[in-house]
Design a protein around this ligand. Structure first.
Ligand code: BEZ
Length: 317
C-alpha cells in the first residue's frame, strides 16, 4: 500500500463516484477501480458499498477515510517543512484576510523585506478557513485571520483584539452624532455582513455579537467582501460592523462611530504549522511586536501634539 492508494481512495470517498474521482485525479476510470480493489484486497475488507447510489462508504471505509485524510495532510506538511529546513526554494508565504491590509500587515511586510532581502515574501489573500487548509497543504507558511478555529496540527496566537466600529451612511439618522453607539441601536437597521462563504466566517462572528445580546438585526444582507459592504453602506443600503483599522478607507458618503460594548472586537489571529521552527517565522513574530511598539509610540506622540499646551497659573499683575 502506498500514498497513491490513499489519495485515490480519498478522492472516491469524497466524490462518491468513480467517474468524478477519475476526472479530479486526471486518470481514467479502470486504473482507479483497480487501485481501490487492490487496497480492499490488501486490507481484506470492503471500503465501499458499490450497490448504493450514490456510492457509499462502509463503516470500515468511513474510519479509513478519516485516517487517510490525516495521513495525506501530514505528508503535505512534512514535504513543506522538509523543503523549508533544507532551504530549497526558501520563501515566506503569508495568507491574509483583506481587512488586515488596513492594519499593521503592510508595515510588517515592508520591515521583513528590508531585514531579509534574500527571502522572497509572497502575500496571498485567503479567508481564515482557507488559511487552515493551505497551511496543512504546505501552500502558505503563516496565516493572519479573524476567526477562531481549533485544529490540533496548527499553532494559533491571538495577536490583539481590535475594536469594531459601525460604518453608517452620512444621511442616516445614526450619523447625526459621532460618539459611541450601541449594538441595540444598530440592530434596528439592516446590516451588511461579509464574507458570504466559506463559513464560519467574520460574518458569523458579527451575527453572534448581536445574538449574544438577544438581538436579531432588522435585515441581513451577505456580500463577499468588505469593500463591497462599504460600497453598499455608501449607497444607503444598511450599516456594517468593520474593524477600526478599516476607517482608513475614507469615503465621503460613510461615517464611522465607535461602539459602546467593550466586547465588540475582532481578533487578529496568527496561525502556523504546529512544529514549524523556521527562523523566518520567528523574525516575522518579532517584527509584529516591533510594529506594535512603534504604533503605540506614534499614537502617544499624536495625542501629545493634539493636547492643549498647559501653562502655569497666571501670575497676578
Ligand atoms: C494587526 O493589524 O495587528 C496585524 C495585521 C496583520 C498581521 C499582524 C498584525
Amino acid at each position: 500500500m502506498d500514498f497513491r492508494h490513499l489519495k485515490y481512495f480519498v478522492a472516491v470517498a469524497q466524490e462518491r463516484s468513480f467517474t468524478r474521482a477519475a476526472e479530479r485525479l486526471y486518470i481514467s476510470q479502470p486504473p482507479l477501480s483497480r487501485q481501490i480493489q487492490q487496497l480492499e484486497e490488501e486490507l481484506g475488507l470492503k471500503l465501499l458499498d458499490r450497490e448504493a447510489r450514490p456510492l457509499a462508504l462502509t463503516e470500515a471505509g468511513r474510519f479509513f477515510h478519516g485516517r487517510a485524510v490525516r495521513m495525506l495532510e501530514q505528508l503535505d506538511e512534512t514535504i513543506a517543512m522538509t523543503r523549508r529546513l533544507s532551504q530549497v526554494d526558501r520563501r515566506l508565504v503569508i495568507g491574509f484576510v483583506p481587512s488586515t491590509m488596513y492594519g499593521a500587515l503592510p508595515r510588517i511586510a515592508r520591515l521583513f523585506r528590508a531585514r531579509r532581502p534574500q527571502v522572497p515574501l509572497v502575500l496571498v489573500e485567503k479567508t481564515t478557513v482557507e488559511q487552515g487548509e493551505a497551511l496543512k497543504a504546505g501552500q502558505i507558511d503563516v496565516g493572519f485571520g479573524r476567526v477562531r478555529f481549533d485544529d490540533p496540527s496548527l499553532k494559533r496566537e491571538v495577536l490583539r483584539e481590535e475594536p469594531l466600529v459601525l460604518a453608517i451612511p452620512t444621511e442616516h439618522p445614526l450619523a447625526a452624532e459621532s460618539g459611541p453607539v450601541s449594538l441595540v441601536q444598530a440592530a434596528a437597521f439592516p446590516q451588511l455582513v461579509y464574507p458570504r462563504k466559506p463559513r464560519p466566517s467574520y460574518a458569523d462572528h458579527i451575527l453572534s455579537l448581536f445574538r449574544d445580546m438577544g438581538l436579531e438585526p432588522a435585515e441581513v444582507q451577505e456580500v463577499q467582501e468588505m469593500q463591497t459592504a462599504l460600497g453598499l453602506v455608501a449607497a444607503g443600503m444598511g450599516l456594517c460592523l468593520v474593524p477600526a483599522s478599516a476607517q482608513r478607507l475614507r469615503r465621503d458618503e460613510v461615517v464611522y462611530r465607535p461602539l459602546l460594548e467593550s466586547n465588540a472586537t475582532s481578533p487578529i489571529i496568527m496561525s502556523t504549522r504546529l512544529n514549524d521552527q523556521s527562523e523566518d517565522i520567528a523574525l516575522l513574530r518579532e517584527l509584529i511586536d516591533e510594529v506594535y511598539r512603534l504604533q503605540q509610540a506614534e499614537k502617544l506622540e499624536a495625542e501629545r501634539k493634539s493636547m492643549p499646551v498647559l501653562t502655569g497659573p497666571r501670575s497676578s499683575p
